[in-house]
Design a binder for this molecule. Structure first.
Ligand code: NDP
Length: 453
């Protein structure tokens, strides 16, 4: 094989691409990978990682306030410095980029810094250099989508939010999904005024309705302004401010407007037509169970395939694919059932399994267990914040089909609950588990009285 020829060539060094490249090389394949931006993709550079660091930053404010009831006093002003947070965040991300580089090079993967574009089904071009491969993997992820409204050029996206010169005094956020709500909580926690404009009557489409409603109440308690069933009509700039005209007849004046209205598959400039790969109408690349596109030696996974757009799913898809291709494990497929997920709002959400609406739609006969309480921590601090938990249990088999939580530590707790749900645990298994006391999580094993649907 020539230097520019590979068994397996990956386009996009994000979560899925890096895992696939590294494991394929460990299995003995000759592997190359191309990345035009920073190693680690959206998750490391413009998503999960910097977002979570900002979640931590925002949480200190709440902790400082809650500490007074426990006897803490602070003398003088508490001041938050946006530049310090950004600088330290950038240093951490640089460290992670370097780790990704080391992981790839140590595994023997050839790294190409640049955007790859197909020029025929077996060749890509990267900055004028041609590379050939027997198999290709497209793992280029997604990009933020701007809403189609007049003045949309005045909106920023989640790509920009991690590099703002200064923290906005008042931020308007459009959308009611993961990104919109996580940034609403982050900026509120850091001290901004926050307004959410959402086209739907409820936040977080697809989540359990009790969780959606409780989150809405908790956000309103924190003085996040929620404009539901509301659409921006046009946006303009005036004297450094952004002005948003809504269909409720209001003009909202803010320092920054963030569009968090979804993401689109990142197929731009891949030259898919020259490879013969056919994207779907929304730009995603359809694949079969083997992650093959319509061109059998070209594979795609992660957000570009646009079905379960979560980092750990892309990682597992990448790992399983190359275990099948190069690791002599033909039956290695991932299961898409019971994928746990978290939304890092304040309070955060953790969820796994079906929602009550899904149970109804699937005509499942279910029993509900619900609880809502003020966590112990907030008794002395006096904070008016509720924790909410819910179990959906099959009436016939007693299997726990859905676990939903909104409250402190919900993302950490749900990871463990997901193992039980994945293993097919029944309500009796939950009941037979001794609680850890005193915790919020113990409520999951002490709920005894069914609730009305
Ligand atoms: P989501 O799909 O979660 O939310 C998009 C939001 O924008 C929805 O509320 C939607 O409303 C609204 N919307 C869509 N189109 C328009 C439009 N034209 N005008 C007005 N509103 C619109 O996408 P996100 O961008 O928040 O997140 C993208 C993906 O990233 C998610 O799929 C998620 O899986 C992943 N992610 C995961 C995180 C995590 O695991 N914690 C964190 C961040 C992102 P409606 O509800 O009416 O459709």
């Amino acid at each position: 094989m020539q230097d520019n020829e590979f068994d397996f060539f990956v386009i996009g060094a994000g979560s899925g691409g890096v895992r696939a490249a590294r494991i394929a090389a460990a299995h003995g394949a000759k592997v190359g990978i191309a990345e035009g931006r920073d190693l680690g993709g959206t998750c490391v550079n413009r998503g999960c990682v910097p977002k979570k660091l900002m979640v931590y930053a925002a949480k200190f404010n709440k902790e400082f306030n809650d500490s007074a009831g426990y006897g803490w006093w602070f003398f003088g002003l508490r001041h938050f410095n946006w530049q310090t947070l950004l600088r330290n965040k950038d240093n951490e991300i640089k460290r992670l980029n370097d780790i990704y580089r080391t992981i790839l090079t140590d595994a023997g993967v050839s790294l190409f810094n640049g955007y790859a574009r197909f020029i025929d089904p077996h060749t890509v071009e990267i900055d004028g250099q041609q590379v050939k491969a027997r198999k290709f993997l497209i793992a280029t992820g997604g990009v933020p989508k701007l809403p189609d409204i007049k003045g949309a050029e005045h909106l920023v996206t989640s790509d920009d939010i991690f590099h703002l010169d200064k923290m906005p005094g008042h931020i308007v956020i459009m959308g009611g999904g993961y990104i919109a709500l996580e940034f609403a909580s982050i900026f509120k926690g850091l001290g901004s005024d926050v307004t959410i404009i959402h086209r739907n009557t409820t936040l977080l489409r697809g989540f359990d309705h009790d969780i959606r409603k409780t989150l809405e109440q908790e956000m309103q308690k924190k003085d996040i302004r929620l404009l539901l069933d509301c659409a921006p009509l046009h946006i303009r700039k005036e004297k450094g401010k952004t002005l948003i005209q809504t269909d409720h007849g209001e003009i909202i004046r803010c320092d920054l407007a963030l569009a968090a209205t979804g993401r689109a598959p990142n197929t731009a400039s891949l030259g898919l037509d020259l490879a013969g790969v056919q994207p779907s109408a929304n730009g995603a690349i359809p694949t079969n169970r083997d992650n093959q596109t319509n061109i059998p030696h070209i594979y795609a996974l992660g957000d570009i395939a646009n079905h379960h757009n979560l980092t750990p799913v892309a990682i597992e898809e990448g790992h399983a694919l190359v275990d099948r291709l190069y690791g002599n494990q033909p039956d290695r497929y991932i299961s898409y059932d019971n994928i746990p997920t978290a939304v890092f709002t304040d309070p955060p959400i953790g969820t796994v399994g079906i929602t009550e609406d899904q149970a109804k739609a699937d005509k499942i006969d279910y029993i509900l267990y619900k609880t809502s309480f003020r966590p112990m921590k907030y008794t002395l601090s006096g904070r008016d914040e509720k924790t909410f938990m819910k179990l959906i249990v099959a009436r016939d088999s007693h299997k726990v089909l859905g676990v939903h939580m909104l409250g402190e530590d919900a993302p950490e707790i749900i990871q463990m609950a997901a193992i039980a749900v994945k293993m097919g645990a029944t309500k009796q298994d939950f009941d037979a588990t001794i609680g850890v006391h005193p915790t919020a999580a113990e409520e999951f094993v002490t709920m005894r009285t069914p609730s009305q649907p």
